[in-house]
Each structure stands twice: as C-alpha cells, then as structure tokens.
Ligand binder design. Structure first.
Ligand SMILES: *Cc1c(COP(=O)(O)O)cnc(C)c1O
Length: 379
C-alpha cells in the first residue's frame, strides 16, 4: 500500500457532482468575473469567519499584499514577520517596498513568540503579521496587547487556518484584517489560485475592493493605483460548494490528528520524536500534522521506502533563502527558525485519508523510530 501525502481526487470523488453543477452554472451564465458567485462567496465566508466583510482576491500572497497596501505600508517601513513561515508572508512585505523584520517563533508551537515580536519593534515598525501556522492559532491576545501598546496594526496570515479558533473565536477576526489563501492545497481550496481578505473594517474592505480591480468603483473612473487581483466566478462557485463541507472536513482532520497523537504518544518518551503542542486556548484545524525529529533524514527515508510520503514545511529558513541574500542574514541569526527547519516533518493528513493509511503511517513511523533507537543502543 502507498500513502500519498495528499490526494485531492478524493474530495472530488465525494462532492464532484455538486462542484460540476456549480461550474456549469457559471459556464452557462456567460458572466465570469465580478458577479453573483463572488458576492455570494464573500458574504458566506465572512459569515463563516464571524467577520463583517470579505473581499475575494487572486491569491493568498495578494491578500497579504493588498492589506498592507490598504494600510499604507510602503518604502522605508518595517513589518515584523515570524522567522518560521511560508515565504509568502515575507514576500508580501517586500512586494510593497517595505522590509520584513523576522522575530523568532515559540519552539513548541512554531508560531510567533510575543516577546520576540516586542523585542523586534523599532521606530520604523508599522505592522506585525502573525501566521496561524499548520492550522494552529498564534497567541493573539498577547500579540494584540503588545501591538496595541505600540500603536501597531496586526495583520493575520490565516492561509493555513480556515476555521481555527483562538479562545473560542475564529481566526481572521483578531486583527485589522486577515489574509486567507484559497489555493487547492489549503483547508478551503479552489481549483486554482484564489484568496480572500477578511475584516471588520468597512473602509479597509472597500479599499481592498478598489485595489484588486484597477482602483475603480465606477467604470473608467480610476480613483487609485490598483492592480488586477480578482477572484473569478468559477473559483468562487467551487469555493461556495466546498465551504459547506469545511466544518465536516476540519472535523475529520481533527479526528486523524487525535488518532496520530494517541498512537504516537508512547513513542515520545523513548525516541527523539516531538509531537505537536496544542495550548489549551487553541483549536487548530490541522492543515499539517508536524512532528520534530533530530534524525529526520533517516526517518523520512525509511517512511518513503515503506510507501509513506512525507513533506517538510519548510526545509530552508526564509532568512537564508537566495531571494533574501541582499538582506545579509547569516546562519545563526535566527537559531529557533533554523532548528525548526532542520527537524520538522509533516505526516500525511487530509480529510479523505483512509483509516488504513493512517494506521500504516503510525506503524511505519513507530518502526522507523524503533530502528533509530536500536541503532543508538547498539553504539
Ligand atoms: C499558502 C500560503 C500563502 C500564499 O498563498 P497563495 O494563495 O499560494 O499565494 C501565504 N501564507 C501562508 C502562511 C501560506 O501557507
């Protein structure tokens, strides 16, 4: 048996009939951009998040970028970002001409460490972007308090956390505005690129709506310098169908995560395996199930040989990427991020992962860790 890391065909097999009906409805309508499907999705996703407004945009990267532009962030500004995240969080800051300033993450939750955030604030800091990484909310109360004391807006990058809750409240509602990626691999994913900005600020929502569509409200009356970042009607229609399944699919992710945690917890005392740490205020949606291993390469190779695919999110810390060479960061500058990047391993976990596959993942990871242990004892 093979266990792929992710299989999106299974979602199509479950609700393909409904999705086909949705795109055929759009195809037959003859209206493909800025229409009723987008409006419907925006209202439904804002409602799901418990927020006042949602503006659909072209991607998750664009969602972060357009929020920053709407807040007036630009040249000469600094924006604090987690040292460990997907590079899009940083690139959005770079895209508006500002400087991403990394702050270290909590080594147990992998999310922005509030104390590190506060220490990174300078007179040029204009915003902070906590990321709810792997589907687990960041510590929003602590981050929000510090930001408020320094008069800084918070922007959530919720691209991995659709539906996650912090102290009972959905992520995406703890900040000036939140960015969601809706690309195919996310918990809520379209059939291509898509993203959304969620906010309780009517003026900010309106600004993002202007920016995403060439800066106009009335045709050929372009008020501000905008861009083309629209969420098209077919993607919106597909997302409306999938949004109806998000709660059920997130619940399946939670059940699989509980199963992994239960089955692997006996290993953690012996092997060097570290399981996800969930603070009591966090209700994660398990975009990824991430373990940490000192000897990751050997375990990953054993799993691969046994037919279990795993991935690393993310193997190279952003500050050491060639894309950021000009900033002059060196190995050792962000040791927590570097250690996380060296040790994390994501196990297969998606709503349609068959039970037998989850069992095999547990068995093979147990075997791999025991081989490691035997090797250590033999030395
Ligand atoms: C996926 C992702 C993005 C970017 O989303 P795209 O839709 O691929 O542009 C941004 N931030 C985080 C944390 C992500 O996981």
């Amino acid at each position: 048996m093979k266990v792929p890391f992710l299989d999106l065909r299974a979602a199509y097999a479950e609700i393909g009939t409904e999705m086909d009906a949705a795109y055929q409805r759009v195809a037959a309508s003859g209206w493909y951009l800025m229409g009723a499907e987008l409006e419907g999705f925006e209202a439904e996703f804002a409602g799901y998040c418990g927020a006042g407004y949602c503006a659909g945009v072209g991607s998750g990267l664009d969602a972060v970028t357009l929020i920053l532009r709407a807040l007036g962030v630009g040249e000469g500004d600094e924006v604090i970002v987690p040292s460990h995240t997907f590079i899009a969080t940083w690139m959005a800051v770079s895209a508006v001409g500002a400087r991403p300033v990394p702050a270290e993450c909590d080594p147990r939750t992998y999310n922005l460490d509030p104390a590190a955030f506060e220490a990174a604030i300078t007179p040029r800091t204009v915003a902070v972007i906590p990321v709810h990484l792997y589907g687990q909310p960041a510590d929003m109360a602590a981050i929000g308090d510090i930001a408020a004391r320094h008069g800084l807006p918070v922007v959530e990058d919720a691209s991995q956390a659709h539906g996650a809750r912090y102290r009972g409240q959905r992520v995406g509602t703890f900040s000036a505005a939140a960015a969601f990626s809706l690309n195919p691999v996310k918990n809520l994913g379209a059939w291509g690129n898509a993203g959304a900005v969620v906010t309780n600020d009517a003026a900010l929502a309106e600004k993002v709506r202007l920016l995403r569509n060439y800066g106009y409200r009335v045709k050929y009356q372009h008020e501000i310098m905008g861009t083309n970042s629209r969420l098209d009607e077919i993607q919106a229609a597909i997302l409306r169908v999938k949004l109806r399944y998000l709660e059920v699919w997130n619940a399946r992710r939670r059940a699989l995560a509980a199963r992994y945690t239960h089955a692997l917890s006996s290993l953690t005392g012996q092997a060097d395996l570290v399981l996800p740490h969930v603070p009591d205020w966090a209700e994660p949606v398990w975009h990824q199930f991430v373990v940490r291993l000192a000897d990751r390469a050997a375990v990953q190779e054993r799993l691969r040989a046994a037919g279990v695919d795993t991935l690393i999110h993310y193997p190279v810390p952003v500050h050491l990427m060639p894309a950021y060479r000009d900033a002059g960061w060196r190995p050792g500058d962000f040791p927590v991020a570097e250690r996380i990047a060296a040790q994390v391993l994501s196990l297969p976990l998606y709503p349609h992962l068959p039970d037998a596959s989850a069992t095999l993942v547990v068995e093979e990871l147990t075997n791999a860790c025991q081989v490691q242990l035997a090797g250590v004892e033999a030395q």
